[in-house]
Design a protein around this ligand. Structure first.
Ligand code: C2E
Ligand code: CA
Ligand code: CA
Length: 583
């Protein structure tokens, strides 16, 4: 302050705390930075929906500079892809709830469309007057693409591009729902290629893959656009036919498929023939749910295979019962071993000239608690398919060796024959294990005769040949079982180190009706002789057959004429007195 002369008398200072202002400036600066650098596009419009301000990300995403859009209606960004109802709903939510968010398609400055995730907020003042709208959005093109890719991977088979198992299930469930509502019929076809494995093995995987693609295309060509052709796995395809009028429609499609797949497919300069077996099941005739339908169709397909391939079969209730029966039997068989329900019967093998018992064949029996004594024909295949043959087979070997060992100890020199299934070899039964069992049960290897069928030898001939040579080296005897029912290949016989050949009982049976077959038996015996093999005639049931086999120089025989398979306790008497064969 100055006096009248202008001299300074006082100073007055006013101090103001501007922390808050500084803070809000700082905050504004920070908000500004966020606005400038955030990757989401931001657009603020006024109450009349005119664009007030946009951020750099907006420009990056849409291609519009701020000066091109400020003052404009955001409508200029719309793609034209959404219906008026879509926008109406958006506005309703925005005005009523103050916000909206969701996926929206917009258009860039260059005309291209892009999907965006958009959040809209309406801003009101304290008197509930609308001030402005704020839109925050991001371009989700990449996310959409990877979502689509994931969806494809999850639902389509990469090789053929056809729907996969999981999409098929969805479609089948959907089809059944509509069929229920509309009272339609639905057919499900299970198609399994007959000779895919051969092609794959001989021409290689590349050709195999190409073949599957071709087959996929051919199958697509057999049905209407609306029907589904799915790759179920491996060489299995499933067709879903919706809204079929009558059963014969499904049969017609089957015939068409068989015709299509019966012809040659040109692959790498070669014509290959695959063929297919088809199982069919219908809604509502056979089942009401997706799982049962798939099971039925699969079952019917297996039946088509059994019926000689290259044909189709409709599911029937009888198939179901049979399968049910098998399931129960398999369940029971799992316990049979632990619960001591398995036992061995022994059928004498006799020398034909003096009818002395020189050996026995161990034959498996199952004393089922409800079904009584079950013969192996009903359960060996089951044991093979379920893998149970491995433990069961080991048990048979051990019990048979133990029995033979105890007969030996009682002064009875009997060779014991044990049947070995190809599955046991494939599942890794080692010669060493057999040696160990022999050692533990106190039996010389020469006392054990292993019977394997002709088809077993052919199955994986190289590996099996090695196995047999090892067994032979250990001293175990080897017999070829059911000779004449398989390939009966002479060259195999020569290569494999066998000791005995067992002529299948169908030959012995048929020779009475077809005397000309005797020349076959003669040839087998002569051939066996020249290869140094002992011959056993199986299934001798009457004196005429015995006489015939004797006359043709067959060494040994087996059959009900001498004795059926017996409990082990009854064998010693037979050995001592020989078998009776009323002549
Ligand atoms: P296989 O090895 O050919 O055994 C001979 C079958 O012919 C036995 O049937 C026997 O009872 C039967 N048989 C014997 N003599 C006559 C006859 O005069 N007439 C007729 N019609 N049949 C006769 P089984 O015991 O029912 O065995 C059937 C098949 O089951 C066997 O055929 C064999 O392949 C298999 N098998 C039996 N036990 C075992 C085993 O422990 N392991 C394996 N892997 N398979 C076994
Ligand atoms: Ca046998
Ligand atoms: Ca046999």
């Amino acid at each position: 302050m100055r006096d009248p002369q202008g001299g300074i008398t006082h100073f007055i200072a006013v101090k103001e705390d501007i922390t808050a202002r500084k803070r809000s400036e700082e905050q504004l600066r920070m908000y500004g930075t966020v606005f400038e650098t955030i990757t989401e596009g931001i657009m603020v419009t006024d109450a009349d929906n005119r664009i007030k301000i946009v951020n750099p990300a907006f420009t990056r995403i849409t291609g519009y500079q701020p000066e091109e859009v400020v003052g404009e209606n955001p409508r200029m960004l719309s793609s034209g892809r959404h219906s008026p109802a879509f926008y109406a709903e958006l506005w309703e939510s925005l005005l009523e709830r103050g916000s909206w968010s969701g996926e929206i398609w917009d258009r860039r400055r260059d005309g291209t469309l892009y999907p965006a995730w958009l959040s809209l907020v309406a801003i009101f003042d304290e008197r509930r007057r609308l001030l402005e709208y704020v839109a925050v959005f991001s371009d989700i093109t990449h996310r959409k693409e990877s979502e689509e890719q994931i969806r494809r991977q999850a639902n389509y088979d990469a090789l053929t591009g056809l729907p996969n198992r999981s999409l098929l299930r969805d479609r089948l469930s959907g089809a059944l729902k509509s069929a229920r509502r509309e009272r339609w019929k639905v057919a499900l076809l299970f198609v399994d290629l007959d000779r895919f494995k051969e092609v794959n093995d001989s021409l290689g995987h590349v050709a195999g893959d190409e073949l599957l693609q071709r087959i996929g295309e051919r199958l697509r060509g057999c049905v209407r656009e609306a029907d589904t052709v799915a790759r179920f796995g491996g060489d299995e395809f499933v067709l879903l036919l919706e809204d079929i009028k009558q059963v014969s429609d499904a049969a017609d499609v089957c015939k068409k498929i068989l015709r299509e797949l019966d012809g040659p497919v040109a692959l790498h300069g070669r014509d290959v023939f695959v063929g297919a077996s088809i199982g069919v099941t219908l809604y509502p005739d056979d089942a009401a749910d997706a799982n049962t339908m798939l099971r039925n169709a699969d079952m019917a397909m297996c039946r088509a295979k059994d019926a000689g391939r290259n044909n189709y079969q409709f599911f029937t209730l009888a198939m179901n019962e049979q399968v049910q029966h098998r399931i129960e039997l398999e369940r029971d068989l799992r316990q049979a071993l632990e619960q001591g329900q398995l036992l061995l019967h022994y059928q004498p093998i006799v020398r034909l000239d003096d009818l002395r018992v020189v050996g026995v064949e161990a034959l498996l029996r199952w004393r089922h608690p409800e079904r009584g004594l079950v013969l192996p024909d009903t359960f060996i295949t089951l044991a093979e398919e379920s893998g149970l043959i491995a433990p069961i087979g080991r048990w048979v070997l051990r019990m048979a060796c133990r029995q033979a060992g105890s007969w030996r100890a009682a002064g009875l020199a009997l060779k014991v024959s044990v049947n070995l299934s190809s599955h046991q070899l494939a599942m890794g039964l080692e010669v060493g294990e057999i040696q160990q069992i022999l050692g533990e049960e106190g039996l010389d290897p020469e006392g054990l005769n292993i019977e394997i069928t002709e088809s077993t030898m052919m199955e994986d001939s190289e590996a099996n040949l090695e196995w047999l040579e090892q067994a032979k080296a250990v001293g175990v005897r080897l017999a070829i079982d059911d000779f004449g029912t398989g390939y009966s290949s002479l060259s195999y016989l020569k290569r494999f180190p066998m000791d005995t050949l067992k002529i299948d009982r169908t030959f012995i049976r048929d020779v009475e009706e077809h005397p000309e077959d005797i020349s076959l038996i003669e040839a087998i015996i002569a051939m066996a002789g020249s290869l140094g093999l002992q011959v056993v005639a199986e299934g001798i049931e009457n004196p005429a057959q015995l006489e015939l086999m004797r006359r043709h120089g067959c060494d040994l025989g087996q059959g009900n004429l001498f004795s059926e398979a017996l409990e082990p306790g009854r064998i010693p008497d037979l050995v001592r007195v020989g078998v009776a064969a009323a002549e």
